[in-house]
Design a protein around this ligand. Structure first.
Ligand SMILES: [Zn+2]
Length: 209
């Protein structure tokens, strides 16, 4: 990718580091003291009061861009497979006395119709990246659901008794059902088997159960 010249339109060149993102500074007469920063695509936009001096601008742009980058890195870290494995281990400990630790759990992007899936024979679990950005307690439910499949296959009473240890079970199921319903209304492709209208199944089915 060609390196773009970093400048704010009409504001002149900014003293930014070589490896930082493109930055745009927006001066606003309505702003008095507050500074804010956000991403627009890959450009870091820093909004500052129109009254700021060049020195103040340079100071705040550097500080805010750094903070934005740290925030983004932290969120990426939260969505790493390592973080997922730690989360699964903690949930296994909390709800199943540690009996359900998977050999691996990871995010996948190729799982279009299932929030999660589990291969009990290999003790592997996969979660759809579409869950990223959903509330943590919803993701936790999907993890707990898949962990339970390491002990019980299928969705019989014994399975739900296990998963029932998760306190926000009903709420999480309703949340995912709502997302699935909204998705089905957007004309997602899908075979629509069993009259579900396409889009998301509520959750996995075990691959080799
Ligand atoms: Zn299941």
């Amino acid at each position: 990718m060609a390196r773009e010249a970093r400048r704010a339109p009409g504001q002149g060149a900014l003293p930014l580091t070589e490896d930082g993102p493109p930055v745009e500074v927006r001066r606003s007469g309505r702003r008095r003291k507050t500074v804010s920063a956000f991403w627009e695509g890959s450009t870091a936009v820093v909004a500052i009061p129109a009254s700021f001096t060049r020195a103040q601008e340079a100071h705040w742009v550097e500080r805010m861009v750094e903070r934005l980058q740290q925030d983004t890195a932290r969120r990426r870290g939260a969505h790493s497979d390592e973080a997922l494995m730690e989360r699964a281990a903690a949930l296994s400990q909390q709800y199943f006395g540690g009996r359900t630790e998977p050999a691996s759990i990871r995010w996948v992007t190729n799982q279009r119709r299932r929030w999660g899936s589990c291969t009990p024979s290999q003790r592997t679990i996969r979660l759809s990246h579409e869950l990223q950005g959903m509330p943590e307690w919803v993701v936790d439910y999907v993890i707990v659901h898949e962990l339970a499949h390491l002990l019980v296959s299928g969705h019989g009473p014994q399975f739900w008794e296990l998963v029932g240890a998760y306190p926000r079970l009903a709420e999480a199921k309703a949340f995912l059902a709502g997302v699935a319903f909204a998705g089905s209304g957007r004309g997602d492709a899908g075979d629509g088997g069993a009259g579900d209208g396409g889009g998301w199944d509520l959750i996995d089915d075990d691959e080799d159960a």
